[in-house]
Each structure stands twice: as structure tokens, then as C-alpha cells.
Design a protein around this ligand. Sequence first.
Ligand code: PEP
Ligand code: MN
Length: 270
Amino acid sequence: MNDIKLATSRGHERTTIRVGEVTFGKDFVVIAGPCSVESEEQTLAVAHAVKAAGAHLLRGGVFKPRTSPYGFQGLGLKGLKILVKAREETGLPVVSEVMDTRDVSWMSEYVDVFQIGARNVQNFSLLKEVGRARKPVLLKRGMYSTFAEWLNCAEYILNEGNPDVILCERGIRTFETYTRNTLDLSAVPAIKELTHLPVIVDPAHGTGRTSLIPSMSLAAVASGADGLTVEVHNNPAEALSDGDQALTPAQFSEFMRKVGLLRAFMEGLN
Ligand code: PEP
Ligand code: MN
């Protein structure tokens, strides 16, 4: 990893990134919201619910990287306007995925954090483009990325002058099919040895199963993660994407209670 100059720990202070009222790399940050922005009613209902339960940022996809071209592709600009309304009503900053270099500049008027998804993590043109943007970037791990490859992706962004990169472990593809991906929690302490950037965990895409999210979230907290991102839907059975891995608002509230208790215990260990 000798050629990774900016993203590796050598000689760098730990990066902290202020977004709204929280600081990645210092506070334990929870991002929650629907996989996709589907309608104003759905997004506002989820936004108010996650805010009430203590989430710090709202997530919601408006450009969806779907396996099938016939899957719901997202609401685009209409969805971003819904996210802005949700931010106005709740005060939660918003995170949304950008998939195309042509969308980076105009989307930065709407989002507080850009997400780069697992399928686009080695789209080097896109990485350079968000590297020129003045917004933090949540950089997912690719489903086949080694740590060195993932850190090189961060390097592309840092090298363009954007220092605000948050890494997100979201599972890698293995031979197992019961889970959607294999959540690699060893990535958290390993990557924290290798880089100064904050690292959060996405147990939703990491497992693909609602039932596994609470336990893997607690395991992520214990692994030393700087935060979590989860999907919440007011009616998972009817979700247009990723309903099988969505928490209901009631499940999310219980999840936040347990995460809070474990965080408090972990602080006592330090
Ligand atoms: C998402 O966050 O909805 C998403 C598509 O994530 P990933 O890129 O990790 O699959
Ligand atoms: Mn999703």
C-alpha cells in the first residue's frame, strides 16, 4: 500500500467530518431511511420516525443501481426535492447515491453527503468528480474490493482535493447465499489500522435480512465502527426496493435503544 499516500494512516491525523449536528470520526453516527425515496408521504413518515428515534442523518436513494433494468430506478430530481422537504421538516441532513458524473454538480445543491455505491466504487471518473465537489462522500466497499483497492478508491477522491471521505463496509460476495452478502466486520478494525478515515457499517446490505440487522449492528459497534447506516420503511412488505432488509420504525426505535446501551458500555471500556 506504499503508493496510497493520502488515505493511509502514515503521518495523518484521524479525519473528522462535521455533518449537521454530528461529527464522523468523533461521535457515533446513525444514518437511517428508506432504500429508495418512493413518495413524499413515505419519505416524510420515515424521516419523522427515524428522527424521533434518534437518527442523525436521513438516507434515501433517488438513483437506484438495480440489477434489472425493469426494477424501480428511483425518482431522480423529484426524489431529491422530497429529501429536501424532509430535511426542512426534521433538520436531518440527507445522504443520497450519485451514479453518474453528469449528476454530481447539480445534485450537490440538494444533498449533504454523496453516497458512492458498491457497484460504482471503481468508477474512477465518478470518484474524481465527487473529489472535486465540496460535499462529504460516503464510499461503500465494493462487493469484491480488497482493502487496498478500497483505499485506492478513497485516494482518488482525496487526490482531487476533497478530504471528507467516510468508508462504509457493506458486505462482500462469498459462496454463501443465505445472506445477501457476507458482512466483513474484520474490515472495521483492519481498515482503522490502515487509514485515518472514519468507517461505518451497513448491516442491511451486508446481510439482506431484517432479522440479522440488530445483532450485526451490535457486533459492528463492538468492532469499533464509527457509525451505522440502516434502511427503514413504514411498510417493508410494499417497499419498491430492499423490503427484506428494512426495519420498521418500531424495530428501528428498539435498535437505537440497544445500540445506545452498547455504546455507553463501550465508552466505559475506554
Ligand atoms: C443502497 O445503499 O441502497 C445501496 C444500493 O447500497 P450498495 O451500493 O452498498 O449495494
Ligand atoms: Mn438498498
